[in-house]
Design a protein around this ligand. Structure first.
Ligand SMILES: [Zn+2]
Length: 332
């Protein structure tokens, strides 16, 4: 993850706050990890308890790195949910069960006044890809992660673009079928209900509720996962193939709309579902090329992410350098 430039310039801590785990790492100025810590989120507990655990996780990562709190520029957090980076408030995070939690303010108290920056986890990941990963060669790209859900982040003209209240890049809720299934957001036919892991399992369940379909498939409703769907595609299961084909096409359609609106150089497409392989990504790419305006669809590149599991923590740590550069009016 190193670069010859001193990207972050100072030591900083990056925290990836997910619904299952809190992960923290201390990064040096070249974005090498000096030490790390991980704890269960226990999101069912009160937000204040989770925030105290984040603080413990940060302190443990610092201890393991032999770095004192006074030596760091601050702590960046990527939170799994809609987050207003200006106020540091997590507006809505269904994985955490949070609504309007003042994460930055509370964590600064817990960490004795250390500087804290907060953003949506996918924005942090997009920033990390832009500075350290697959996005380094592009000034305009959309970062998309398709796993349990679908999220994204926008890099426009080399800078993370968040929109008015931090929600820019949430491609998971672009509508691809207005009469489609109900989405967790309350809308119908969002790309997430077709193309996410949870969405594919739900669509497969619906198909298997039909007796004729169920008889033609080796899959059963009980214990159905995205893994079983992808395994079934490999052995020629028609129901599984249709679910994955529909998933890929729906995402390709949403991406084509984005390409027509913003003319990006690339789409960095990653996440657990994408790693399942070409049964998913081939229809994404086919639909993207077919639906986008030819002049724009021909130039856009579909590329895998350059960073692995630590992308969220790296991006969170980079939020500090990004905030400083923006404050100084430096275009990055
Ligand atoms: Zn939705």
């Amino acid at each position: 993850m190193s670069d010859d430039r001193d990207i972050a310039q100072t030591i900083s801590v990056g925290v990836d706050l997910g619904g299952t785990n809190i992960r923290a790492a201390v990064f040096d100025g070249g974005m090498e990890i000096l030490g790390r810590s991980e704890m269960p989120t226990r999101a069912q507990e009160a937000a204040d308890d989770v925030i105290r655990r984040i603080a413990s996780c940060v302190r443990e990562a610092l201890d393991r790195s032999s770095v004192a709190a006074g030596e760091i520029a601050g702590v960046g957090i990527g939170a799994a949910g809609l987050t207003d980076w200006k106020t540091g408030v997590v507006v809505l995070a269904s994985n955490l069960g949070w609504r309007n939690v003042p994460l930055r303010e509370r964590l600064e108290q817990e960490l004795d006044g250390l500087h804290v920056e907060v953003d949506k986890d996918t924005n942090a990941a997009a920033l990390a890809e832009a500075r350290l990963g697959a996005g380094r060669e592009f000034r305009h790209f959309l970062y998309v992660t398709a796993g349990t859900g679908i999220g994204g982040g926008l890099i426009l003209d080399g800078t993370l673009y968040r929109g008015a209240t931090g929600g820019a890049g949430d491609i998971g809720h672009v509508v691809v079928d207005p009469d489609g299934p109900l989405c967790g957001c309350g809308g119908h036919g969002c790309v997430e209900v077709f193309s996410s892991g949870v969405g594919m399992v739900n669509r497969a369940r619906e198909m298997l509720a039909d007796k004729a379909q169920a008889a033609s498939s080796t899959m059963t409703v009980e214990g159905l996962t995205t893994e079983t769907i992808f395994e079934s595609v490999k052995v020629g299961d028609a129901v599984a193939a249709q679910v994955v084909e529909t998933a890929g096409r729906a995402l390709g359609l949403a991406l084509a709309d984005y390409v027509n609106l913003n003319n990006p150089e690339a789409i960095v497409l990653g996440g657990g579902v994408v790693r399942a392989g070409r049964a998913y990504t081939d229809p994404v790419e086919r639909e993207l090329r077919r639906r986008a305006l030819p002049a724009l669809g021909e130039v856009v590149r579909l590329v895998p992410p350059g960073l692995g599991h630590d992308v969220g923590m790296a991006g969170a740590a980079l939020l500090l350098a990004e905030a400083k550069a923006n404050k100084n009016g430096v275009s990055t």
